[in-house]
Design a protein around this ligand. Sequence first.
Ligand SMILES: O=c1ccn([C@@H]2O[C@H](COP(=O)(O)O)[C@@H](O)[C@H]2O)c(=O)[nH]1
Length: 270
Amino acid sequence: MGFHAQLERSWTASNSLLCVGLDPDPARFPALLDGAPDAIYRFCVAIVDATADLVCAFKPQIAYFASQRAEEPLERICTYIREQYPDVTLVLDAKRGDIGSTAEHYAREAFGRYGAHAVTVNPYLGTDSALPYFEHEGGVIALCRTSNPGGDDLQNLDCGGEPLFVRTARMVAEQWSQHGECGLVVGATYPGELERVRGVVGDLPILVPGIGAQGGDPAAAVKAGARDDGRGLMISSSRAVLYASNGDDFAEAARRTAIESRLATLPAGW
Ligand SMILES: O=c1ccn([C@@H]2O[C@H](COP(=O)(O)O)[C@@H](O)[C@H]2O)c(=O)[nH]1
């Protein structure tokens, strides 16, 4: 099943726009996992089990695993999500971008090694850098207007009468989408830009990080970015859910925060 069909299935099954990000930081783990064998895997699986019925997507961020030499646990976590929660979409947050011959390997990493339904990419190298991903079934989610303030440095530069992030959205919707299934990343911290991107990209899915720890307003993100049918968004929160408690109750606390975040991101009428 392709990325878009998988995501529609996830929205139907969960009635949720919430995506939980898996950004495991052992320094913030509860004491019961301190120095424990396989702590990253156990932490992530506990979070996944506690929140899977509340989310449309999980989004592991690869740097948190690679910096801990934990790519092999990440493989097992991805397999676990795919096997135990087939209704949930798996987005690998990798933000790769390189020339085609190297991008081929990034695509094999995301879709072959980790079995992601979609992967985030940096679009800066242009259309040919994305083509190797489209040799696979998975989706390509391009950075468009990132959630950090410094995103303005380049993404808001004038680009022939429109900001670069709008030009990026247009490129993905009009050119990349001819080759395969796409989406975009727009931060919840910039609802005005999110609304503008939705106006350019039609029904394409938008991954929206920036609620929770980064302070984005979930309701404003839904209002700005949801499609007419209320779908179209994966609104992502990582640290606020993962580290809701650093006690033995971390999984229950994560679930409580995920329940609140799901409610805060429910479109009107759902
Ligand atoms: O524009 C972007 C793109 C990606 N991210 C990633 O999302 C999570 C956010 O974590 P929080 O703890 O919810 O702030 C993280 O993995 C980032 O790498 C983003 O924040 N903004």
